[in-house]
Design a protein around this ligand. Structure first.
Ligand SMILES: NC(=O)c1ccc[n+]([C@@H]2O[C@H](COP(=O)([O-])OP(=O)(O)OC[C@H]3O[C@@H](n4cnc5c(N)ncnc54)[C@H](O)[C@@H]3O)[C@@H](O)[C@H]2O)c1
Length: 340
């Protein structure tokens, strides 16, 4: 049985590597919109893997990749216009990929299963912890209501999750959205384009490049983070023990930090790395009063994340060191990128 990965970007590539390491056959599809094609090809080289260049907005590409992969054990839907940065894509591209794409994927998986006379494989969807909106307090588990959204990319998660719920209720599909915190850490496809990196990476690149660092005023709000390895583990565990035909969201966020707290960790690591970082003399930012805590149903199936931002920064800095960093095109505050 094959693992089908739609979207071989930052998270998809790490997931593919993890499945290949487990000896699984992987079929992956991406359209190259936000990921360097050579990097994806290198990843697939040598393993029991097939890489297809195709688009989730295209019904025939989907039918053909599903038939190549069949029988499929699990489908991961990670293809998306994932950035909140207005320079990343047109609103039309974000809508087409993030709204129409998931509908076509779910319909294609359903139709292939019906044609084969077999139950549909679970569809694990790359959702976002941002779904809960800002201003969170207390314990946030998967029953927490959905909150207001600030950009099309994150707003689309609300639609795609509801769509998955509809297909579970109506067509007996198993749909498992994984509500990922802001993901950081080095993987097989680590981006450095400011439009497509998360805030710990953006700060590391700016410090290494001697570029100015500014923090968006909304950065004082605590945000949820998740290391790439923990995100991959969560995606793999998310369908475990889920009854066929269920809609079962899962939180995958491990650490709650404000953006100034992230910057403090980046700077501490950068100094140890020998980077000259201006010191405002303010010391460690104080923990805000309104911090929330994340609960995940995945704890009951063996998800025990261990990584944190502070411990991961030396590796992130080492990875980027030596690579030239050019100024980003947007003049928006530099923590305002794809996922903050
Ligand atoms: N990285 C994070 O911090 C984070 C946090 C929460 C949720 N997520 C979600 O996880 C998923 C994966 O995120 P990522 O960080 O790997 O993003 P990414 O941009 O690195 O990967 C998405 C991949 O989808 C591909 N793609 C875009 N449009 C496509 C289309 N029409 N057809 C086929 N492929 C297409 C891109 O080329 C890219 O390789 C996204 O849904 C994202 O919203 C990511």
């Amino acid at each position: 049985m094959t693992v089908l990965v739609l979207g071989a970007g930052y998270i998809g590539a790490a997931l593919i590597a993890s499945h290949l390491q487990s000896g699984d056959r992987v079929v992956a599809m991406d359209n190259g919109f936000a990921t360097d094609w050579d990097a994806i090809e290198r990843l697939m080289d040598g393993g029991p893997a097939k890489l297809v260049r195709g688009d989730i907005r295209d019904v025939s590409s989907l039918a053909s990749v599903i038939s190549d992969a069949w029988p499929v054990r699990v489908v991961y839907l990670l293809a998306a216009q994932a950035s909140a940065n207005p320079d990343a894509a047109t609103p039309e591209y974000t809508e087409e990929t993030n709204l129409r794409g998931p509908r076509l994927v779910l319909e294609a998986v359903r139709d292939a299963s019906r044609a084969a006379g077999s139950p549909p494989p679970p569809v694990v969807y790359g959702s976002s912890f941002h779904l809960y909106g800002p201003g969170l307090l207390g314990e946030i588990d998967e029953a927490c209501p959905i909150g207001p959204q600030a950009d099309l990319s994150h707003l689309s998660k609300v639609y795609a999750e509801r769509l998955g719920e509809m297909h579970a209720n109506r067509d007996g599909m198993t749909v498992v959205p994984v509500r990922l915190g802001i993901v950081y850490g080095i993987g097989p496809v680590t981006k450095r384009d400011f439009r497509f990196v998360t805030v710990p990476h953006a700060f590391a690149l700016r410090r290494l490049g001697g570029l100015p660092v500014t923090v968006n005023p909304s950065g004082a709000r605590p945000l949820a983070f998740c290391h790439l390895d923990d995100a991959v583990a969560a995606l793999r565990l998310a369908p475990v023990g889920i009854a066929p035909g269920a809609f079962a969201p899962a939180n995958a966020a491990t650490e709650v930090l404000t953006v100034p707290e992230v910057l403090f960790r980046v700077d501490a690591s950068a100094r140890e790395f020998g980077v000259v970082v201006p010191d405002a003399g303010l010391g460690e930012p104080t923990a805000s009063a309104g911090r929330f805590r994340v609960q995940s149903r995945l704890a009951s199936v063996g998800w025990h994340p261990r990584r944190d931002v502070a411990g991961s920064m030396p590796g992130i800095l080492r990875h980027y060191a030596g690579q030239p960093v050019s100024a980003p095109r947007s003049d928006a505050p530099n923590d305002l990128r794809r996922d903050t």
